[in-house]
Design a protein around this ligand. Structure first.
Ligand SMILES: *[C@@H]1O[C@H](CO)[C@@H](O)[C@H](O)[C@H]1NC(C)=O
Ligand SMILES: *[C@@H]1O[C@H](CO)[C@@H](O)[C@H](O)[C@H]1NC(C)=O
Ligand SMILES: *[C@@H]1O[C@H](CO)[C@@H](O)[C@H](O)[C@H]1NC(C)=O
Ligand SMILES: *[C@@H]1O[C@H](CO)[C@@H](O)[C@H](O)[C@H]1NC(C)=O
Length: 400
């Protein structure tokens, strides 16, 4: 070939390439624009996904409240995923572990379960996840076909039938739901959660669940052995298990409730508006239907007929697995049961607990007692009614 011809061909090829390139760019631009227009409503919808953190403390009724969410057909629930962080690094303090706990919680909210790589064996099953069978979502499809998404699941049956599946299913399941709900007792400072509240990929709401510290202390006494390692982490003992006989852990728990509540309600940062709700366990016990409806409304969840029936059953002493799985109290003696501490704890102990938790008790509406006579007189109610101003949610819309 002569060289002018070669040159012409080269120019023609180059011209074709340029034209193709321009065409590609045009297609890309059109796609970008249409993507913007077409997908904008979608991404807004996606932002409607709700990430609810049940922020509580040990022995405060959070397993029960967790179940109210776990059994909802729109909810992917995990109980204490950060248990894995604490178990893996139990020589550290709660403060040091805060960041790892926060990272884990964020990843789980986004259904990124690779975060567990740091805390679990490589080859793992669903059953390696702490308290997995308390999650209805992990007992139904796509994890396990024994239950459907609308079923009320039974922990015992689920444990037998659904644990052997591959851990990958956890992520698949999570992606299916509009709501991800996590229960944690391992946050002691609301500020740790600020980055999550400001994270545009999350729509975080915080349900702060508290209980009378005297009732908490009684229940903690009964579970002392199970709490010893966590106590050590709270008190920063470098891996030494401790018994909280001096109520030092109680002091820390009460301090954190004050910090969280005061920050959320009295020094509300703008990004927390409408995203915080305080619930007292005693109020749930006394008027479950009202409190549960408010919690669901806060989380943008609708009560289904099936859930309504189940809630009626568990608050009337009928659980699917018999009494043990039920609320364990009927509404008629609910108040009596929630006051069991008054018959069990010595007045000496009550004085000590009140001493370390005075601030939290005043703030949350639990009346202090200064005599044994009052303590034993069950006609005296120590749970003060919720004051409008005291318990108003950060969003004024909900209660006016
Ligand atoms: C996971 O499941 C497989 C098969 O279903 C089983 O052989 C294995 O022992 C399970 N592993 C664990 C850790 O439970
Ligand atoms: C913590 O305990 C480990 C052993 O369990 C020990 O090697 C380490 O020196 C201890 N650290 C401190 C600060 O006491
Ligand atoms: C409630 O309890 C009744 C009687 O035990 C039972 O027939 C019904 O299926 C229960 N409902 C739900 C939703 O658990
Ligand atoms: C609750 O406790 C009071 C005082 O001990 C007792 O009189 C009452 O019968 C109890 N109520 C129920 C439903 O157990």
């Amino acid at each position: 070939m002569s060289s002018p011809l070669k040159a012409m061909i080269r120019i023609r090829i180059t011209g074709t390439l340029v034209a193709a390139f321009i065409l590609l760019q045009a297609i890309f631009l059109v796609l970008m624009v249409s993507r913007h227009n077409v997908f904008l409503p979608n991404s807004e919808e996606k932002a409607e996904k709700v990430h609810l953190l049940i922020l509580s403390s040990w022995r405060s009724g959070s397993s029960f409240v967790g179940q109210l969410f776990s059994q909802h057909p729109d909810v992917f629930y995990l109980m204490e995923p950060a248990w894995h962080v604490w178990v893996s690094m139990s020589h550290n303090s709660a403060q040091v572990l805060h960041m790892a706990v926060r990272d884990l919680v964020r990843s789980v909210f986004l259904c990124d379960m690779s975060v567990f790589d740091a805390y679990m064996p490589n080859k793992r099953n669903v059953s390696d996840l702490f308290q997995w069978s308390s999650s209805r979502a992990l007992c139904s499809s796509p994890v396990c076909d024994f239950f459907t998404q609308d079923d009320i699941t039974n922990e015992k049956t689920c444990k037998i039938l659904c644990g052997k599946y591959s851990f990958n299913k956890v992520e698949q399941a999570c992606q299916k739901y509009s709501h991800v709900v996590l229960k944690e007792v391992r946050f002691f400072d609301l500020k740790v959660l600020y980055p999550l509240l400001n994270d545009p990929s999350l729509n975080l709401k915080i349900l702060h669940l508290v209980r009378d510290p005297r009732a908490v202390a009684k229940s903690r006494e009964e579970a002392a052995k199970a709490l010893a390692r966590d106590n050590g982490i709270v008190l920063n003992t470098n891996g030494t298990k401790v018994d909280d006989s001096k109520y030092e852990v109680m002091r820390e728990i009460c301090r954190s409730h004050v910090q969280i509540y005061e920050t959320a309600v009295h020094k509300t940062p703008s990004f927390l508006k409408g995203r915080y709700m305080l619930v007292r366990y005693e109020d749930v016990v006394r008027d479950p239907v009202k409190e549960i409806s408010e919690m669901y409304r806060f989380a943008n969840l609708k009560v289904t007929n099936k859930l309504q029936g189940w809630i009626y059953n568990i608050t009337h002493g009928q659980g699917p697995g018999g009494k043990r799985e039920a609320f364990q109290i009927t509404s008629r003696n609910a108040v009596n049961v929630s006051q069991a501490w008054r018959n069990v704890l010595s007045f000496q102990k009550i004085k000590k607990i009140q001493d370390v938790c005075k601030g939290a008790m005043n703030m949350l509406g639990y009346q202090l007692t200064d005599s044994e006579k009052e303590q034993k007189d069950l006609s005296m109610d120590f749970v003060l009614p919720r004051r409008q101003s005291q318990f108003a949610w950060s969003s004024s819309k909900e209660r006016t």
